[in-house]
Design a protein. Structure first.
Length: 498
C-alpha cells in the first residue's frame, strides 16, 4: 500500500524552519545591542587575552531541521527507481567517419512507483528507442549510495504506453507490495515552496537535492499547451523521470529537462506538474494512449489590433473565433467573439492556458466556462466530447493476438475503407504500422508508426494475413525490401532478416 507521510516529519520541518528564523532574528537583536555598548579597542584586546575562545555549538534548531530532512529522504527514496535502457543508435557525431554504423547503446534515467502493483512513471525520452528496459529497485534501508551489483534488485519492465507531447511514459514490472509516492494533483504548488529532487543523476542512484519552486506555469514552447514547474533544486542528466516532492513527500512534478550552457545544473530545472502526470498516468493505464476532450469551438489569442477592430472590451485574453454548428458548445450557447475568462475555475489569459485546461479536463464532466459577452459575464456548462485523431483510432483497433508481427517488431492493422478515405494514400492497399514492440529484439527495419506497408520483396501486401504469411517464409539472412508510404511519399526500406 502507498507510503503515508502523515507523521511528524513535515511538522518538524516547518517548526524547525520557524525556529531557525526566530533564532536568526534574536541573534540580530543581540548583536545590535552589543554593538551599542561596544568597548574600546584596548579593552577588546585585554578581554581577548584574558578569556579563552569557546567552541561554537550548532543551534538545536539546526539539528532538528537536519533530522527532519533525513527522515523525509528516507521515506521517499524507496519509491524512486533507476531506469536502465538498452537500444541501438548511431555512433556519436564527433566521429564523422563512423556515423553510418549502428551500435548498442545504454542509457540511465529515473522513475517513480505510483502503484504498489508495479506501475512506474518516467519520461518518454528516457525509454525512446529502447529494445530492453530494466528497473533497479533501491535497497530498503540503504542510503549509502554504494550498492554492490550483486545485491541490486533488477526487474524486467514493459512499456505500457508513452505520450511524447507531455514526455511521459508508463512502465510495468511484475512485482507487488512496492512502496509508492502519491501524486499531489489537487493542491496548487506555490513559488518559494521547499522541494526535493530525487533520482539517479549521472547514474548515481538515490541522490537527493533540495531547493525551492522558482516559478509556476513556465511555457517553454509557445506552440504547445504544456507548462512546467521551474525549480532551482539541482537536476542533472539521469534525473529525468524522477520525482520532485514537497515537504509531505508527495510528488509535485516529474523532473524532465534543464536549461544549461555547460550541460550541468545551473539552477534552471523543469518538472511536469503532478496534475498532468496524474492525467496521463490514468489515460495510459486505461487505454495505452491519451484521450483528450474538445467542446466544438476554436479560440484565438487577443491582440490590441484584434480588440480594436472587433470592438472587444479588453485587449488581452482569449476570444472564441469559431463554434461548430450542432456541437456541444453551440448547444450550450457559446458564441463567436465571446471572451473566455476562466475554464474549470482556472483563470484564462493566454491561448496555451485555455488549451491546457481542455487538455486536462475529464471526459465524464461538464466544462465550466466563464465568458465575457460585451460587458456581461456569463457562466456556461458545456458537455465534453472526445478528441480523436487517426493514431488514436488505429491504436484502439490493435488486437494483441493478430496485430503483432514479432519478426519485424511491429504492431499493424488492416487498411480499412474508412481509414483509406481519411489518409488519402497513393496506393489503396496495405498494412498500417501503429507501433513498435520495444520488448522484442529484432532487425533494425526502419519502420515507424504511421508507415503503410504496400509491398514485401515485390509481393503486394493487402492485409495483416498476407504480411504475416510473407514474413513467416523468410529465413535468417534473407534480404528484405519493403515498399512503404510515409508522409505522402513512397520509399524502400531494406535490411537482412535476423
Amino acid at each position: 500500500m502507498p507510503i503515508s507521510f502523515r507523521s511528524s516529519g513535515p511538522v518538524r520541518i516547518q517548526r524547525a524552519i520557524v525556529l531557525l528564523i526566530a533564532t536568526t532574528m534574536l541573534s540580530t537583536v543581540v548583536c545590535r545591542a552589543q554593538s551599542a555598548q561596544k568597548p574600546t579597542p584596548a579593552a577588546n584586546q585585554k578581554q581577548a587575552a584574558s578569556i579563552p575562545p569557546e567552541p561554537a555549538e550548532p543551534p538545536a534548531v539546526l539539528a532538528q531541521l537536519n533530522s527532519a530532512l533525513e527522515s523525509l529522504a528516507a521515506k521517499v527514496s524507496p519509491a524512486v527507481v533507476q531506469i536502465l535502457v538498452t537500444g541501438y543508435g548511431p555512433l556519436r557525431e564527433e566521429d564523422k567517419s563512423q556515423t553510418a554504423f549502428i551500435v548498442r547503446q545504454h542509457a540511465v534515467g529515473s522513475g517513480v512507483i505510483v502503484d504498489p502493483h508495479g506501475y512506474i512513471m518516467t519520461n518518454a525520452h528516457v525509454v525512446e528507442g529502447a529494445q530492453r528496459i530494466r528497473v533497479a529497485l533501491p535497497l530498503s534501508g540503504d542510503s549509502s549510495g554504494q550498492v554492490p551489483v550483486g545485491k541490486r534488485r533488477i526487474l524486467e519492465a514493459r512499456l505500457l504506453g508513452q505520450h511524447k507531447e507531455t514526455d511521459l511514459a508508463l512502465l510495468k514490472v511484475d512485482e507487488t507490495d512496492l512502496p509508492t509516492l502519491s501524486l499531489n494533483s489537487q493542491q496548487r504548488p506555490h513559488v518559494g515552496q521547499l522541494v526535493f529532487a530525487i533520482g539517479s543523476p549521472e547514474g548515481l542512484q538515490n541522490s537527493v537535492t533540495m531547493g525551492v519552486l522558482s516559478a509556476l506555469a513556465r511555457q517553454v514552447d509557445s506552440t504547445k499547451p504544456i507548462t512546467y514547474l521551474q525549480t532551482d533544486a539541482p537536476i542533472n542528466p539521469g534525473n529525468s523521470g524522477g520525482p520532485l516532492v514537497d515537504m509531505n513527500g508527495a510528488v509535485v512534478g516529474i523532473n524532465t529537462f534543464i536549461l544549461s550552457q555547460g550541460g550541468g545544473s545551473e539552477g534552471l530545472g523543469f518538472a511536469i506538474p503532478a496534475r498532468i502526470v496524474d492525467f496521463v498516468y490514468r489515460s495510459l493505464r486505461s487505454h495505452g494512449h491519451v484521450h483528450r476532450v474538445e467542446i466544438g469551438a476554436v479560440a484565438q489569442e487577443i491582440t490590441p489590433t484584434l480588440a480594436e477592430g472587433l470592438g472587444l472590451s479588453q485587449k488581452w485574453g482569449v476570444v472564441v473565433v469559431d463554434v461548430k454548428p450542432d456541437g456541444p458548445a453551440a448547444s450550450a450557447g457559446l458564441q463567436i467573439q465571446d471572451i473566455v475568462l476562466a475554464a474549470d475555475d482556472r483563470r484564462i489569459e493566454t491561448l496555451p492556458s485555455f488549451s491546457a485546461a481542455m487538455y486536462l479536463h475529464r471526459l465524464d464532466q461538464l466544462v465550466k466556462l466563464e465568458i465575457l459577452r460585451g460587458t456581461e459575464k456569463k457562466t456556461l456548462y458545456i458537455p465534453a466530447i472526445e478528441h480523436r485523431d487517426h493514431m488514436d483510432e488505429m491504436l484502439d483497433a490493435v488486437n494483441t493476438e493478430t496485430s503483432l508481427v514479432s519478426r519485424l517488431g511491429i504492431l499493424g492493422i488492416d487498411l480499412t475503407p474508412e481509414l483509406r478515405s481519411r489518409l488519402s494514400l497513393r496506393i489503396p492497399t496495405g498494412v498500417i504500422v501503429v507501433g513498435r514492440a520495444v520488448d522484442l529484439l529484432m532487425a533494425d527495419t526502419g519502420l515507424q508508426a504511421g508507415d503503410v506497408i504496400h509491398q514485401l520483396n515485390q509481393m503486394p501486401i493487402d492485409g495483416m494475413e498476407t504480411l504475416s504469411s510473407a514474413v513467416a517464409k523468410l529465413k535468417t539472412g534473407d534480404a528484405v525490401v519493403m515498399q512503404v508510404e510515409r508522409e505522402d511519399g513512397l520509399m524502400y526500406l531494406s535490411f537482412e532478416m535476423e
